[in-house]
Design a protein around this ligand. Structure first.
Ligand code: PRT
Ligand code: ZN
Length: 297
């Protein structure tokens, strides 16, 4: 299958932890995806000039760097590990997507009492991320013998392959089930949208900008809420200071309630119950928090 050069191409994970959320993001951005067959390798957006290519996550940076796909969605762990092997940048991160969050951590048998990075010096450490680990170890002025494994890294200490492991952790359940405990953080990661640093021709660059604007809108909307509340005018300053991430709220008079106003604001951060309790304590009443369906800044 040779790519249609009149359309944009995006590499996404075929099946794994990032697949569903990547497709959902594109659907939320208004794309209607047509997928044919169960073992499909590609999908076409019916209402936007974009084709998706379904690949292994490890291959996504190469596809994007080579310009086979102008865009891609990949974990920062995979992206950075790839980038550390390049002599010059070939791919750039354009947006953090807020899902696929995990942390690359060094772990040791849970019998280890206390930990100092210096304890890694001269030790064998098993990982699937040798470049990220090497950078970390060197940043502490240490050397370690890095054992690269493609998977099942958490088995290395039990098999006598390495004393420490350096692996991705989300809940920590896998480490615990293998008698390991995290001892230090190496790299924080989440899924990101990336684009090639190869020149994108003018025909395509408008499409890229349009798609990025929509994706930015989806990301902003996910966290944003629309808040409406009533407040005494005297409490306005303290109430607007509590509203999370709200710029320039709208303030309108309330007919029949002199000295009181209605405040409307878009909050670009999560609104927690604690926030509502603080607003109420500051004098707000009739507080409504509503989801925002679409947003374009
Ligand atoms: O087949 P393909 O090569 O595409 O997929 P893959 O098996 O290499 O990757 P996949 O689907 O497991 O992960 C894709 C991406 O999801 C990773 O590159 C990370 O960016 C992100 N991610 C988020 C994770 C995790 N959380 C995660 N917990 N990737 C892997 N894990 C593994 C980890 O390696 C360990 O084995 O889950 C286990 C630990 O999980 P907890 O919850 O027990 O701590
Ligand atoms: Zn992979």
């Amino acid at each position: 299958m040779s790519p249609d050069r009149n359309r944009l191409h995006m590499a996404v994970q075929k099946s794994g932890r990032l697949s569903d959320r990547s497709r959902q993001l594109l659907k939320d951005a208004g794309l209607r995806l047509s997928e044919s067959g169960k073992n499909h390798l590609a999908a076409r957006a019916e209402n936007f000039p974009l084709d998706l290519m379904f690949v292994r996550d490890d291959d996504i940076p190469t596809f994007v760097a080579d310009g086979v796909c102008e865009l891609g969605i990949v974990g920062q762990n995979v992206l950075e590990e790839y980038a550390l092997g390049l002599s010059e940048p070939r791919i750039e991160e354009v947006a953090r997507l807020g899902f696929g969050k995990c942390s690359l951590k060094i772990a040791a048998p849970d019998t280890l009492n206390s930990f100092q990075p210096a304890m890694l010096d001269g030790q064998r450490i098993a990982t699937s991320y040798p470049r990220l680990l090497k950078r970390f170890v060197e940043s502490h002025g240490l050397t370690a013998e890095i054992v690269t494994m493609r998977g099942a890294v958490e088995l290395a200490p039990r098999l006598g392959i390495a004393r420490f492991v350096c692996d991705l952790v989300s809940t920590g359940a896998t480490l615990e089930a293998n008698g390991l405990a995290p001892v230090c953080d190496v790299f924080e990661s989440e899924a990101v949208l990336v684009r090639t640093l190869r020149p994108i021709d003018n025909l395509h660059s408008d499409k890229v900008s349009a798609l990025l604007a929509r994706i930015d809108g989806v990301i902003a909307t996910a966290e944003s809420k629309y808040i409406v509340l009533n407040a005494p005018e005297s409490a306005l300053a303290s109430i607007t200071a509590i509203l999370p991430g709200a710029e320039a709220p709208t303030v309108v008079p309330l007919i029949g309630r002199p000295g009181h106003v209605a405040v409307q604001a878009v909050c670009q951060e999560s609104v927690f119950w604690e926030t509502l309790e603080r607003l109420k304590a500051a004098g707000a009443s009739a507080i409504l928090v509503m989801p925002i369906e679409k947003m374009m800044m």
